[in-house]
Design a protein around this ligand. Structure first.
Ligand code: BES
Ligand code: MN
Ligand code: ZN
Length: 512
């Protein structure tokens, strides 16, 4: 979507008019630039219809030169940011682009020049939410659909003009720029999540990351390939990934690497299983295809790095993506194996399908070398979290109440709910109760499956300076198995990968 900010003057092919007032008259300044006949049509439609600006209601009015869509927001006082984002997203979802035909528009065929005009009652925050909803929803993944792809190419992007009263224009210009940068980050994460597993394997992700960094002088991408993983003795990644012909790797991002090298800054770690068959503990066939999004943690890391860079964030931030394909083969790791990890601790593998935690063990331990202020991991880690929270909320565990609360708050602001879950000592005891290794990768029963997984991860959070006398680095774990995909009630997404928590973490890190 291309966009610009202007005063309420001329309109394009389609005019969106979201308004609060329960009225039968068009709001002040809303009809600027419309032809006399279009104004007449809008007024007549408002008079003769049941449209009073009720929330969720729309009224579409066609004239010779444009289409005007009135969007009811309902009473302003009870409105939440979710309502407003949803309204923006729904507006885009309901619009179909029409091919631009040369000459004056005929027969309801208009182009892609879209104007959203804010009038009485709108403030800066509200306008930002509405536009953000529009931008987030303006996404599709048509790469592998010939006809749709060609049609979309022909139609081109929406050309959005955002119109408001003059006093808001400067702020809107700045703020929408940041929003567009974040939305790009979300869309990058969705692209990665939607990409089929034969196209997006571990080193393909690494190449995309390197391509992204190419030509940007304030980002750095380092790739630990198969050989390097051996040198580093990253046994978690090696063992999960060795069953596949597409070998595992670790990708380490830094935004603004030159900034204050001694300062403690955030580090975000992502699970990146480009496909999860379960390995030797093979998954059942139904819906196994969806396991291509088992790399959404790593997708969010990538999208976040882009959002931070593109929005001009000045601080240093680290990202670590742990990439592997979990396949059954003669080379695969097996249940019963005891595997080493980068931390020096060993894992008793009781189920090869509990692979995400094994690769994250290496990523979390690696993060300690960057001396981070805090570490947050994102992972499509367990089916159990989907049982607990459905597709409505991410599970959020932490060893630090303050960090947990800050993430929860940032998630609320962005309508990406992260729900606090308990990191109980009993779960840790369960996971460290192996007779043969330091940690076991499976709980003793299936109960509390997402909590035992979190308790496992905690065993690999380094103490500050790797000194056992120090406290662990503040750490939080986001289990996004339910929120990264299939979130039907999420109006920001039509289908597929959601790009979850790019915005939450962007807000947490940048403070806005
Ligand atoms: N990637 C899955 C978790 C998952 C399930 C994500 C459904 C998205 C939707 C993970 O690797 C896994 O297989 N977890 C197992 C753990 C179990 C073996 C302890 C699970 O949840 O069944
Ligand atoms: Mn698995
Ligand atoms: Zn998995």
């Amino acid at each position: 979507m291309d966009w610009k900010v202007t005063e309420r003057d001329t309109i394009g092919d389609v005019l969106l008019l979201p308004f609060f007032a329960i009225t039968t008259k068009p709001p002040h300044n809303s009809m600027n630039g419309l032809s006399r006949s279009a104004i007449g049509n809008v007024k007549r439609a408002m008079n003769n219809s049941e449209f009073y600006g009720k929330p969720g209601s729309t009224l579409s009015v066609w004239s010779d030169d444009c289409q005007v869509i009135l969007i009811g927001m309902g009473p302003k006082d009870s409105l939440t940011h979710k309502d407003v984002r949803d309204a923006g997203a729904n507006a885009i979802a309901s619009l179909t682009k029409r091919n631009i035909i040369p000459g004056p528009p005929v027969g309801g065929r208009f182009g892609t020049n879209l104007t959203v005009r804010f009038t009485t009652g709108w403030n800066l925050e509200g306008m930002k939410w509405f536009v953000e909803g529009m931008m987030l929803r303006d996404y599709s993944f048509l790469k592998y659909r010939k006809k749709d792809r060609e049609k979309a190419q022909e139609e081109g992007n929406w050309n959005l003009t955002i119109q408001a009263s003059e006093r808001y224009l400067t702020d809107l210009q700045t703020d929408i720029k940041t929003i567009a940068a974040r939305v790009d980050g979300v869309h990058i994460a969705r692209d990665l999540g939607n990409e089929p597993p034969n196209h997006l394997y571990p080193m393909a992700y690494a190449e995309r990351a390197q391509d992204w960094a190419n030509g940007k002088n304030n980002v750095k991408v380092e790739v630990y390939d198969w050989d390097r993983l051996q040198k580093e003795e990253m046994g978690g990644l090696i063992n999960v990934g060795k069953g596949s012909s597409r070998k595992p790797c670790m990708v380490i991002f830094t935004v603004n690497p030159q900034v204050d090298p001694k300062a403690q800054v955030p580090c975000i770690v992502g699970k990146g299983i480009t496909f999860d068959t379960g390995g030797i503990s093979l998954k059942p066939g139904a819906s196994m295809d969806e396991m291509k999004y088992d790399m959404h943690g790593a997708a969010t890391v990538f999208g976040l790095m882009h959002a931070l860079h593109a929005s001009g964030y000045k601080g240093r931030v680290h990202g670590i993506a742990c990439l592997a394909e979990n396949m059954p083969s003669a080379e695969a790791y097996r249940p019963g194996d005891v595997i080493p990890t980068y931390s020096g601790k060993t894992i008793e593998v009781l189920n090869t399908d509990a692979e995400g935690r094994n690769v994250l063990a290496d990523g979390l331990w690696k993060s300690g070398e960057l001396n981070p202020e805090y570490v947050i991991d994102l992972a499509t880690l367990t089916g159990a979290v989907v049982v607990a929270l459905g597709h409505e909320a991410t599970g959020l565990w932490s060893n630090n109440d303050d960090l947990q609360e800050r993430i929860h708050q940032a998630g609320n602001e962005e309508d990406e709910i992260a729900w606090k879950m308990p990191l109980l000592p009993a779960f840790e005891k369960e996971m460290t109760g192996s007779k043969i290794a330091d940690v076991r990768n499976l709980g003793k029963s299936r109960w509390g499956g997402s909590c035992t997984a979190a308790a496992f991860l905690k065993q690999f959070v380094p103490p500050r300076d790797f000194d056992e006398d120090n406290d662990q680095i503040p750490w939080a774990h986001l289990d996004i198995a339910g929120t990264a995909w299939g979130a039907d009630t999420n109006s920001m997404v039509g289908h597929g990968a959601t790009g979850i928590h790019v915005r939450t973490l962007h807000r947490l890190i940048t403070g806005s």
